[in-house]
Design a protein. Structure first.
Length: 216
């Protein structure tokens, strides 16, 4: 073996050692950070769920009471991806469910919603998870966004949907369309889509109460 061959061999061994060390460091980093990331994701999900459920109506671990929605359930709720239902219980009795639904007809596309529904069919709360609505126009469906209604500045449009009892789907509409919900003039497509989806989800939960509120 000449000097050139030995040099190439040593260089190859050095590269191999560096690759092994780098791979080991990546694996170790993944093992160390994965529990932290998962804990953060869990806390974020619980924070979202807590926004659509009243305090004091459940005493169970909601994430442990999750079950995947079936393909038929997701289709009925217009979800195009796998989602879960979270069952809230109080002293062992079902008190509410939290599930994802989608408004497919937003101005800029699909609007993903998180909806809390009590055992009696009341919509306890709604939050927008994802959307692509126009900033400063249709995005007022998002919590914390401001909008103008009847010449006055308003905020938190979505809070109108809190504590809504069972009602005909037709009432889940803006006032302009014969419903009872506020809106911003010239920007009704986004709220119309959200209201339609929430009304449909409420009716679905009432009709399929036995399945949705059944403990697994």
């Amino acid at each position: 073996m000449n000097i050139t061959q030995r040099s190439m061999q040593r260089a190859g061994l050095v590269l191999l050692l560096f690759s092994l060390l780098a791979g080991g460091l990546l694996a170790t980093t993944h093992l160390v950070t994965r529990p932290i990331i998962e804990a953060g994701e869990r806390e974020a999900l619980l924070a979202q769920i807590s926004q659509v459920l009243p305090k004091g109506i459940y005493d169970n671990d909601l994430l442990s009471a999750a079950r995947p929605l079936s393909a038929a359930e997701n289709t009925a709720l217009n979800n195009d991806h796998p989602t879960h239902r979270y069952l809230a219980t109080w002293q062992g009795k079902p008190s509410a469910v939290v599930m994802e639904a989608t408004a497919p007809d937003g101005y800029a596309g699909r609007i993903s919603l998180l909806i809390g529904i009590l055992a009696d069919g009341t919509v306890s709360g709604v939050r927008v998870l994802r959307h692509k609505e126009t900033p400063g126009l249709g995005d007022y469906i998002q919590l914390g966004k401001a909008y103008i209604s009847q010449g006055r500045r308003q905020t938190d449009w979505v809070r109108q949907l809190d504590s809504q009892p069972p009602q005909p789907v037709a009432t889940w509409a803006v006032r302009k369309a014969g419903g009872k919900f506020d809106y911003m003039a010239g920007a009704t497509i986004s709220p119309r889509a959200v209201l339609k989806a929430v009304g449909a989800a409420q009716q679905y939960a009432i009709t399929h109460r036995a399945a949705l509120f059944r403990a697994e």
